[in-house]
Design a protein around this ligand. Structure first.
Ligand code: FES
Ligand SMILES: [Fe+2]
Length: 392
C-alpha cells in the first residue's frame, strides 16, 4: 500500500501542491475507502489519536470498545481506576473481545471459548484447553498470550493512543496547544456530567469536520444566531503550524444566549476572556477544543468509514460550575446551544463530502484571507501524508 502511493505521482503532486499554493486536498483523501485505510495505518497510527473520553468509562471495572475505521480497540478502567487501552481481540481465535460498553469487574471473558483476561491484559484462564475439565496445557504459554496493549495518554479527559508506539512523547505532541493557551490550567475545569455530552453521526470524512470547525467564513450564512453576538469582524485566525489551527472571537458572549446567570469564571484569565473572548482549535488529527472563561469543551472525531464520522462533545466547567445544581439548567442550555450549532454545520460538512464525488472538483480554490485556518489544517494533513509515503 505504501509503495503504491509513493509511486502515484498525481497523488504526490496533489499533496505537495498545498504546501506551495492555496488549494485543498484531492478528492481521494476524502472519498476513497482504500485511502482511508492507508491513512489509518500510516498517518493516524503514527500520531496521538483520541479514541474516547474518560467520561465514557462509567465506573471502575468498565470496558469501552472503539473501532477506528474497523480497527478494534478497547479502553479498560480497572478496579483501581487505572485506564489502559488494548487491541480488542482475543488471542485464541481472534474474536472481537468486547462488543459493547459494559462493566467487566476484574475479568474480561471471551464469549467464544471462555478465555479470561485480567483488566491488566494478562491471560488468566483457558477453560478446557486440554480437554473437558483440563484447564492447563503445558505446551501452551499463557504469559505470551495476553492482550496486546496500546500506548496511551490522558489529557483534559481525552484518552489518546499511539498505535505505532513510536510517536513523540505526548507532552511534545500537545506542547504547541499548551503554549498557545498558557493562561489555561486545564485541571481547574471538570466534566459537567451526563448532561454535558452529546454525540452525533455525520456522513462526512473526519477531515471535512475539522476544516469546517476552523472556518469562520461560513458564520453569517450558517449560524445567523451566533453571528448576531459574535460577528465575523470579531473573529481572528489561529495558526499553530504543524499542530493545530482554528479561530478566536472577542465576543462569544454565550451567557447572554443561554441565560442571564453567569457561570463561575476562571479569575486567572486575562480581561479579554472575561469580556467574551473564546478560542477554538482543531488539533491534528482528530480533536477539537474550545476555551471560554467559564468552561471548555472537547470534541473527538471517530472515523467510522471514509464518509462517516462520529462526533462527541464533552463540556467541562470551571470549579463548582461543573457540579453545583444551581448551574444545571445553564449547563444543559449550553450543551443544547452547542449541539444546535454543530447541527447547523451538518448540511455543510455532508454537502462538501457529496461535492467531492464530482470530477469537476479536486481541491478547490481557497480565499487567501478567509481560508487561512482551513489551509493551515490541510498543510498539517498533507505533511503527515507525505511523511507516511517517505516524501517529506
Ligand atoms: S476466540 Fe476467544 S476464547 Fe476462543
Ligand atoms: Fe459552523
Amino acid at each position: 500500500m505504501l509503495q503504491k502511493y509513493s509511486k502515484d505521482q498525481q497523488l504526490k503532486d496533489s499533496f505537495v501542491r498545498p504546501l506551495n499554493e492555496l488549494t485543498g486536498l484531492p478528492n481521494i483523501a476524502y472519498c476513497s475507502a482504500e485511502f482511508a485505510q492507508f491513512e489509518r495505518d500510516h498517518v493516524l497510527s503514527k500520531s496521538w489519536f483520541c479514541i474516547a473520553n474518560e467520561a465514557q468509562l462509567a465506573r471502575a471495572g468498565w470496558a469501552h470498545p472503539v473501532d477506528i475505521l474497523g480497527l478494534p480497540l478497547v479502553v479498560v478502567k480497572d478496579k483501581t481506576n487505572v485506564v489502559r487501552v488494548f487491541h480488542n481481540v482475543c488471542s485464541h481465535r481472534g474474536m472481537r473481545l468486547v462488543d459493547e460498553a459494559r462493566g467487566v469487574g476484574s475479568i474480561i471473558a471471551c464469549r467464544y471459548h471462555g478465555w479470561c483476561y485480567s483488566t491488566a491484559g494478562d491471560l488468566k484462564s483457558t477453560p478446557h484447553i486440554a480437554g473437558e475439565g483440563e484447564h492447563l496445557d503445558e505446551r501452551f504459554c499463557k504469559v505470551s498470550n495476553g492482550l496486546k496493549s496500546v500506548r496511551s495518554h490522558i489529557f483534559a479527559g481525552m484518552i489518546f493512543v499511539n498505535l505505532s508506539g513510536d510517536a513523540e512523547d505526548f507532552s511534545t505532541f500537545i506542547s504547541p496547544v499548551l503554549e498557545h493557551w498558557s493562561e489555561i490550567d486545564f485541571k481547574r475545569y471538570s466534566h459537567g456530567g451526563a448532561d454535558s455530552v452529546w454525540e452525533i453521526t455525520l456522513n462526512t470524512n473526519w477531515k471535512l469536520a475539522q476544516e469546517n470547525h476552523v472556518d469562520g467564513y461560513h458564520l453569517p450564512f450558517v449560524h445567523p444566531d451566533l453571528h448576531r453576538y459574535s460577528p465575523l469582524r470579531n473573529h481572528y485566525p489561529l495558526l499553530l503550524e504543524g499542530s493545530a489551527s482554528g479561530q478566536g472571537s472577542t465576543s462569544q458572549n454565550h451567557a447572554d444566549d443561554i441565560g442571564v446567570d453567569q457561570l463561575p469564571m476562571n479569575p486567572d484569565l486575562s480581561e479579554p476572556w472575561h469580556q467574551g473572548k473564546a478560542e477554538f482549535l482543531s488539533v491534528f488529527p482528530n480533536i477539537m477544543m474550545a476555551v471560554h472563561a467559564d468552561h471548555l469543551w472537547t470534541v473527538q472525531l471517530i472515523p467510522v468509514a471514509e464518509n462517516i464520522t462520529v462526533e462527541r462533545m464533552d463540556l467541562c466547567y470551571f470549579k463548582e460550575g461543573a457540579t453545583d445544581e444551581k448551574y444545571a439548567e445553564l449547563r444543559r442550555n449550553n450543551r443544547d446551544r452547542m449541539l444546535a450549532i454543530f447541527e447547523e454545520d451538518r448540511a455543510m460538512v455532508e454537502g462538501m463530502q457529496k461535492g467531492r464525488q464530482s470530477p469537476a472538483f479536486n481541491g478547490g480554490s481557497l480565499s487567501p484571507t478567509m481560508d487561512q485556518p482551513a489551509h493551515c489544517f490541510i498543510r498539517i494533513v498533507a505533511k503527515a501524508v507525505l511523511n507516511a509515503i517517505g516524501k517529506e
